[in-house]
Ligand binder design. Structure first.
Ligand SMILES: Cc1cc2nc3c(=O)[nH]c(=O)nc-3n(C[C@H](O)[C@H](O)[C@H](O)COP(=O)(O)OP(=O)(O)OC[C@H]3O[C@@H](n4cnc5c(N)ncnc54)[C@H](O)[C@@H]3O)c2cc1C
Length: 464
């Protein structure tokens, strides 16, 4: 057995991983953080608009909870929403105390009934937050980070997680937290960094953990064609319009994301007209658009929807515990049920802060590893998402889904692609971000979370 030199192993260095690491170190734990790539390879680093949290004078956790549940289309787990919205303001204040330079005004985003989104320079929130947290972690003697370390499997012995398996061998710890982000880069059109292909789902499920809600992939409507550049909803809030091939508007630009995305897919080719927007308010984005070869002052720019946020993941309770003792999950990797069938804008960074902290505190209570464990498994080959696979997932599990396509995708050799298809087939209705062309309405009998445990059938569970 490799020597256990760390109390806590955290896979992932985005907002969830960094929050967990700093929380554990605050309590004197020795932490090792592993990441597949480098800092800019996390979705957290790229997050734009901000972090929701009822910190305004006219706001309450209850109002935030009502908005979250409305967006989630009758599927949010109420206890998780309570935790998120009640603990959220304190976590935002923690970031202020650490020096995150939030803008003086709170922003209003789609689906929120109050101004409650804290942002940095309008659209640089993720970079600012991960930079501050990352610097803090780097200066802690209790936190070590190993970059470019691809975690390939979990090491489970006697039903207990003892650590992870990497190409360089096993790493042991008293507890392990999966903070590995989502799976949106498994789709050809995505806003996520390319490594975000659902490794937490793949290794968690392979090791025996339950997964849930994998049919719910949130698509962002306005992503610059041919790129991963997300064009924030705030642009549409400031007057940007969506135009079809004839140059005519065809949808309420401020309708929910899933409705706008479907209207765009039905049209085929769509452009975003930024000519009437005060473009000086979005200097970074305008520079990126121009770098990509477009001039938004002169002509509308081509956009299309892209896979953006993974609502499902490894099933956890409200303190991040999975089905496997000693294994936790937090952030986009976890399925707490907090987002229901549709995530409210800016609730995901908040989820990383709230549940990342909770998971770390719970993981600190794990007992020491057994003295005579089973040997770790050999390192399996790294999972790779080829361009063909990503095109197939986009085509067969995209914005509008056909059961024949899903049946085909369910036979994919890629475990996550196949799981997404199985879940999307089981949910024979349309709800939130999941749209089935053969069942375009909501079916009340499917009000629940689809859960799959290795070796069992999919079951519909009701989470309170
Ligand atoms: C362009 C963009 C804009 C967004 N804007 C917002 C916003 O304004 N507000 C908001 O709330 N949310 C936003 N989101 C969503 C939000 O950023 C994410 O949900 C959140 O940051 C996820 O954080 P995380 O810590 O769970 O995962 P991530 O930040 O994605 O971090 C995952 C980590 O896991 C590591 N990893 C993955 N697989 C492996 C492996 N096999 N081995 C080792 N390491 C691995 C990665 O290298 C990375 O360090 C946005 C997302 C994107 C892509």
């Amino acid at each position: 057995m490799p020597e256990v030199t760390r109390d806590l192993l955290i896979v992932g260095a985005g907002a969830a991983g960094l929050t967990a690491a700093l929380t554990a170190a605050e309590h004197g734990a020795r932490v090792l953080m592993l990441t597949k790539g480098h800092a800019p390879d996390s979705s957290s680093w790229h997050a734009q608009g901000g972090i929701a949290g009822a910190v305004g004078d006219d706001d309450t956790a209850t109002l935030h909870a009502v908005d979250t549940e409305r967006a989630g289309r009758d599927l949010c787990r109420p206890s998780a929403v309570r935790v998120l919205t009640e603990e959220g303001p304190e976590r935002v204040r923690d970031l202020i105390a650490l020096g995150v330079p939030f803008d003086p005004e709170l922003s209003l985003e789609g689906g929120h009934s109050r101004r409650r989104v804290s942002s940095v320079d309008g659209a640089a929130t993720g970079w600012a937050v991960t930079s501050v947290l990352g610097r803090r972690a780097a200066s802690s003697e209790l936190i070590a980070t190993s970059e470019a370390t691809n975690v390939l499997a979990l090491w489970v012995s006697g039903g207990r997680c003892l650590g992870v398996v990497t190409p360089d061998g096993p790493i042991a710890a008293r507890a392990t937290i999966l903070a590995m982000g989502g799976a949106a880069a498994l789709w050809a059109r995505t806003t996520n960094p390319e490594g975000q292909i659902g490794d937490a789902i793949a290794i968690g499920f392979a090791a025996g953990a339950a997964v849930a809600d994998l049919e719910f992939m949130q698509f962002h409507p306005t992503v610059l064609a041919g790129s991963r550049l997300l064009l924030t909803e705030a642009l549409r809030g400031e007057g940007a319009t969506l135009l079809d091939e004839k140059g005519e508007r065809f949808v309420d630009e401020l309708a929910p994301r899933d409705e706008v995305a479907r209207a765009m897919v039905r049209k085929g080719s769509v452009r975003l007209d930024l000519r009437d927007v005060d473009r000086a308010r979005f200097p970074g984005l305008m520079a990126e658009i121009e770098k990509a070869g477009f001039n938004p002052a002169i002509e509308p720019i081509p956009v299309s929807p892209a896979a953006h946020y993974t609502i499902g993941g490894v099933v956890t309770d409200l303190i991040g515990r999975t089905d496997i003792a000693g294994l936790y999950a937090a952030g986009e990797s976890a399925a707490t049920g907090v987002h229901g069938a549709n995530r409210l804008a800016s609730n995901s960074l908040l989820e990383c802060l709230v549940f990342g902290r909770r998971a770390a505190l719970a993981a600190l209570d794990e007992p020491a590893a057994p003295s005579r464990p089973e040997a770790p498994p050999p390192a399996p080959p790294a999972r790779v998402a080829s361009a063909e696979l990503r095109e197939q997932v986009w085509r067969q599990a995209g914005v509008m889904r056909d059961p024949a396509d899903l049946t085909d995708l369910a036979r994919s050799p890629d475990p996550v692609a196949a799981l997404v298809a199985r879940f999307a087939l089981a949910r024979s209705e349309s709800r939130g971000v999941h749209y089935r062309i053969d069942a375009p309405t909501t079916n009340q009998t499917l009000e629940g979370h689809f859960v799959l445990r290795p070796g069992q059938e999919l079951t519909l569970e009701h989470w309170s």
